[in-house]
Design a binder for this molecule. Structure first.
Ligand code: SF4
Length: 384
């Protein structure tokens, strides 16, 4: 299963629940947890619920009962990713329109670590093309161990960050040396959705009868744009919602971009940015990604921006999710759950998240500032 869907170094699933239990029992540690968008659309399956049941509130309640000091949302960092990646997209587009021949387009999304490792190995000559924005998991860890640790007066080494991810490659991503400070990683442990199910059972928690609870603040607030990161096409749709408004200075005439959605392995759409046509490509599955990359190599790419995710359907079909055995119907149900969570959010554009605005005002300055570059961006390596 893992080899098929997770083409990274993570060939066996390392169970880290024991290490997390030790951290939760250590009175000298403050333990925060973040939950990725796709987890809430699948965790219920571990407890016998039908595919597509959203369990956001029960998941929060379970994590609180397990003893996490703060229950936060990776979706907060997904909104932050859009601020950084959207700004990067717009600056490259502006340079391109002003006639800069050296500008790197199309910009490629960079939040899937299996995809990042794939291009580092197989297309290293393209390593300057993907966005330098770190993934939401890593942005969260970086902000938690600086801004949030300062806010609550806890030293970095006493703050433990645990991620709940649909993904096995996230374990590998969190161990990359560039995401550590003096040997202390930004994200200490990345558990899969299945491992969380196991942990909840170990804690003897009756998941199905839990009440719905809310995330803690400030790193628990998020928008509809963030939750759709969990499915193919969602990252680029979230970026379009923000980039359109910043680029044109006008409110979006519509928030839903149906033309970016679907389950076909390769999709394309043109979005009208008030007279400027932006060509977007979407691929899930690395075989499909390879086709788009070969076009870029040959100088034949028609796109300004491309989203690539490794797993079928994006993170809803991740290698750490409850087993779906390739059943497309299960993936479609999880996808519908993700879009319904987006629709039900009061705020659906990343740049309108009030806690993101506050983070920039209090700490980061502006998107792509020197501090933002240091804490929220990365670089890629030739691993050919
Ligand atoms: Fe992980 Fe999502 Fe990438 Fe799959 S698509 S490898 S779950 S980040």
């Amino acid at each position: 299963q893992c080899v098929a869907v997770c083409p990274t170094g993570a060939l066996t699933e390392a169970d880290e629940t024991g290490a997390v239990i030790r951290a939760l029992s250590d009175p000298t540690k403050t333990v925060v947890v973040q939950t990725a968008p796709a987890v809430r659309a699948a965790l219920g399956e571990e407890f016998g619920m039908p595919a597509g049941t959203l369990v956001t509130g029960k998941m929060v309640a379970a994590l609180r009962r397990l003893g996490f000091d703060y229950v936060f949302d990776t979706d907060f960092a997904a909104d932050l990713t859009i601020m950084e990646e959207g700004t990067e997209l717009l600056s490259r587009l502006s340079a391109f329109m002003e006639g800069d021949k050296n500008v790197k387009l199309p910009i490629l999304t960079s939040c899937c670590p299996a995809w990042v490792k794939f291009f580092e190995h197989h297309f290293p000559e393209l390593k300057d093309i993907p966005s330098t924005a770190r993934s939401p998991q890593q942005m969260f860890g970086s902000v938690a161990k600086t801004y949030f640790a300062d806010k609550i007066g806890v030293k970095r080494e006493n703050l433990v960050v645990v991620s709940i991810m649909p993904c096995l490659a996230k374990k590998y991503e969190s161990s990359r040396p560039e995401f550590s400070v003096n040997g202390n990683p930004d994200v200490d442990f990345a558990l899969s959705t299945r491992e969380l199910g196991h942990l909840i059972n170990l804690g003897n928690i009756d998941f199905n009868s839990l009440p719905n609870e809310e995330f803690d603040q400030p790193l628990g607030e998020s928008t509809g744009a963030a939750v759709i990161f969990g499915t193919t096409g969602g990252v680029i749709e979230a970026a379009v919602r923000t980039a359109y408004e910043i680029f044109t200075g006008n409110p979006l005439p519509r928030v839903d971009f149906e033309e970016l959605r679907g389950m076909d392995g390769l999709r394309k759409a043109t979005i009208d940015f008030n007279g400027t046509e932006i060509n977007i490509g979407i691929a899930h599955g690395l075989g499909n990604a390879r086709k788009l990359l070969e076009d870029i190599q040959a100088g034949n790419s028609e796109f300004h921006a491309i989203e690539i995710m490794s797993c079928p359907g994006g993170c809803i079909g991740g290698g750490g999710q409850p087993y779906h055995h390739g059943d497309a119907e299960i993936l479609k149900k999880r996808q519908r759950a993700i879009y319904s969570e987006d629709k039900n959010k009061n705020i659906r554009k990343s740049h309108e998240n009030p806690y993101i605005t506050k983070l920039y005002e209090e700490f980061l300055g502006a998107p792509m500032s020197e501090k933002a570059h240091h804490l929220l961006h990365t670089k890629y390596f030739d691993r050919s």
